[in-house]
Design a binder for this molecule. Structure first.
Ligand code: IYR
Length: 229
């Protein structure tokens, strides 16, 4: 039988807090500066083992947690891995899947598309970098009374939060790598996360290695990515 529904909550409104409008000239400058600064971000695969202050990671995660989400249900969970033994196990799990991917599962077109990046099944960065942030998307939440709360647009919401996290990490002066071994179920086992949480990606965070190199690839220009009508 249907369970009785809880009383539907009424909205409460407050005045928009802390909004800042800038004079148009300043707005132009800020937009241009932010664009230039983000354009310096590069995905890095060679990390330094130099430690990173934990408070920086905490603030970057707080920034990610400001993301908009379906019905404001905030369907994300971030597991910050700094423990070398846990990193070692994650590397072992990822390299097992990646070996399958590169040697058996990936169709030739996919390997062709990846060729400019120079990636392979070896994932030393999973042990070298000081922090791995495993990001999970929750299909539903569980309230204190044990009831399930369905999450809407969980993947989109977690994608947005991850974008903010990447920008926050960059803004702090650190490098990151979005890593998606597939499948990623081994992360639930190693990190003891429930089945309702689906691994979304691993964000590898740290300083770039001295002399780190990145692939010679470029971003599309505005005319290629946008249309004004
Ligand atoms: N997960 C593999 C393959 C890979 C896939 C895509 I799509 C990339 O943009 C990069 C890599 C790996 O991490 O090597």
């Amino acid at each position: 039988m249907n369970e009785p529904r809880a009383q539907r909550q009424h909205p409460t409104f407050i005045a928009l807090p802390a909004y800042a409008e800038y004079p148009v000239d300043e707005m132009r400058q800020r937009a241009a500066w932010f664009c230039r600064d983000l354009a310096r971000r590069r995905t890095v695969r060679e990390f330094s083992p130099r430690p990173v202050p934990r408070e920086v990671i905490e603030d970057c995660l707080r920034a990610a947690g400001t993301a908009p989400s379906g019905a404001n249900l905030q369907p994300w969970h971030f597991v910050v891995v700094g423990d070398p033994e846990v990193k070692r196990r994650i590397r072992a799990g990822a390299e097992t899947e990646e070996h399958e991917f590169y040697h058996h599962k990936a169709p030739p077109e996919w390997l062709d598309a990846l060729a400019p990046l120079g990636t392979d099944e070896h994932k030393a960065f999973l042990e070298t970098a000081p922090y791995l942030i495993a990001i999970f998307a929750q299909a539903y939440g569980v309230r204190h009374d044990g009831r399930k709360v369905k999450h809407y647009y969980a993947q989109e919401s977690v994608g947005i939060a991850t974008g903010l996290l990447i920008a926050a990490v960059h803004h702090a002066g650190l490098a990151s790598l979005t890593h998606t071994p597939s499948p990623m179920g081994f992360l639930n086992d190693i990190l003891k996360r429930p089945a309702r949480e689906r691994p979304f990606l691993i964000l590898v965070v740290g300083y770039p290695a001295d002399g780190a190199r990145v692939p010679a690839i470029a971003k599309k220009g505005l005319d290629d990515i946008a249309t004004f009508v």
